[in-house]
Write a new protein. Structure first.
Length: 430
């Protein structure tokens, strides 16, 4: 791949820093600029410029876009129209390091991080030379040529413009999400499934995704499916997952999907079970914290109603106080509200901006006390006053965090800190 300078890094986060380091090593004479929409863009070795200056795209030869920055921003359309290459950390890795490596790329609305982590563990415990990169693990360019097998966990932001085919592509499930970034629901589905449309050698499709016609339709005729697990092995994997730290039926499905992928990539039977045993829940994904006699579950990664339903199912039988609500993306909460009336949710604390809609739907469909709160701290204060009615508090917002937090990670950390603040000083993470 030809990298024409000067180069503009659009975005200044983890991947942009990785890209800057790669460019300094591989192309030390290239002039590099950096910008971000919030005006805070500082990366060693790059000249910071404001977005209005960066809008003059003709001054650049290549733009490297960070994943969180929408591919459909007018500045990128203008760049492409002017013949300026718009690429990504992932595609730079593909151009420089993909050849001669086995690439396993995993996406999906939910479950992709857990599945990718499990595949990596299963392969590593099988003695395969493997590295985990993407949204979990390290940025793709940091992987460089460190291993012969690369497991990539990719968001729809990354699959939207991936320009190379993996050897094995997987989709865990498919629900509406990130519609604003993609400019519409159809565009979200198209961009997510671009991973499969690229023509991998093999595909692996999770049980929910297998029911979606859009998924089935996009699989190229020449692409085969990974081999299904035989019934005995599938049952053994299910039992191993149920006895591991993988919480909930959805994660048991993820374990079986990961096993099928890992076996296709060279894992051994022993490595499969060792990988499941070694799995540690990822932060903010049904992450448990015990404070006194109460269980707090940080599921801040939940940004869709479907994810919140999965969280409630994982704690069936517990007396649950649910904290939900966040950034508005016009998602439908009717089914979630109906489900609450059929589960052991004993109280809902709703948060802006989606909270009022969810609260209204719950009042219409379920006999559950509702507290409409303006902040997460206010919700935790409200729960502290009625702690005798529940044994479990779940933060599973069913919405993004951007209206009150920088990201879901910050939201989860605040939740755990507030649990300790309002419910006791002695706690142990599990």
């Amino acid at each position: 791949m030809q990298i024409d300078g000067p180069v503009l890094l659009y975005g200044a986060g983890r991947e942009a820093r990785s890209t800057a380091q790669f460019l300094r090593r591989a192309y030390p004479h290239l002039e590099v600029f950096v910008t971000s929409d919030d005006g805070h863009a500082h990366i060693e070795g790059a000249t910071s410029i404001p977005p209005d200056v960066a809008a003059d795209v003709t001054r650049f030869g290549t733009i490297v876009k960070s994943p969180g920055v929408s591919l459909y921003k007018p500045v990128f359309e203008a760049a492409r129209a002017a013949g300026v290459k718009v690429t990504s950390n992932l595609n730079l890795w593909g151009a420089h390091f993909r050849e001669g490596r086995t690439v396993v790329a995993i996406s999906g609305t939910k479950g992709k991080s857990t599945t990718a982590t499990l595949v990596h563990l299963m392969l590593a415990h099988s003695g395969v030379d493997v590295v985990l990169a993407g949204n979990v693990g390290i940025p793709p360019l940091d992987a460089a040529d460190t291993a012969k097998t690369v497991v990539l966990e990719l968001s729809s932001y990354q699959t939207a413009d991936i320009d190379f085919a993996p050897d094995i592509a997987a989709i865990s499930n498919l629900f509406p999400e990130h519609v604003d970034w993609h400019g519409g629901l159809d565009a979200y589905y198209r961009d997510k499934l671009n991973l499969i449309a690229k023509g991998p050698r093999l595909v692996a499709i999770g049980p929910q995704a297998a029911t979606v016609e859009k998924v089935r339709r996009v699989i190229p005729a020449e692409t085969a499916h990974v081999s299904e697990l035989d019934i005995e092995l599938g049952d053994e994997i299910l039992m191993a997952a149920m006895n591991s730290r993988l919480k909930g039926a959805h994660n048991h499905d993820n374990a079986r999907l990961a096993a099928a992928i890992a076996l296709a990539a060279g894992a051994t039977r022993e490595g499969i079970f060792a990988g499941i045993k070694a799995f540690v829940p990822l932060p903010h994904r049904l992450e448990e914290l015990h404070v006194g006699d109460l269980l707090f579950v940080d599921d801040s990664i939940s940004t869709t109603p479907e994810a919140t339903k999965v969280a409630l199912a994982a704690y069936k039988g517990r007396k649950i106080a649910l904290i939900a609500g966040g950034h508005e993306r016009q998602q439908d909460y009717t089914d979630l509200a109906n489900l609450m009336g059929l589960t052991s949710v004993v109280m809902l604390c709703s948060l802006p901006a989606t909270g009022p809609r969810l609260a209204s739907a719950v009042r219409d469909n379920a006999p559950i006390p509702v507290a409409e709160c303006s902040t997460l701290e206010e919700a935790m204060q409200a729960l502290a006053n009625v702690s005798h009615i529940f044994d479990t508090v779940i933060l599973s917002p069913g919405a993004p965090s951007y209206n009150q937090f920088r990201n879901f990670e910050e939201r989860g950390e605040v939740f755990k800190a507030l649990a300790k603040k309002y419910f006791g000083n002695e706690s142990s993470a599990r």
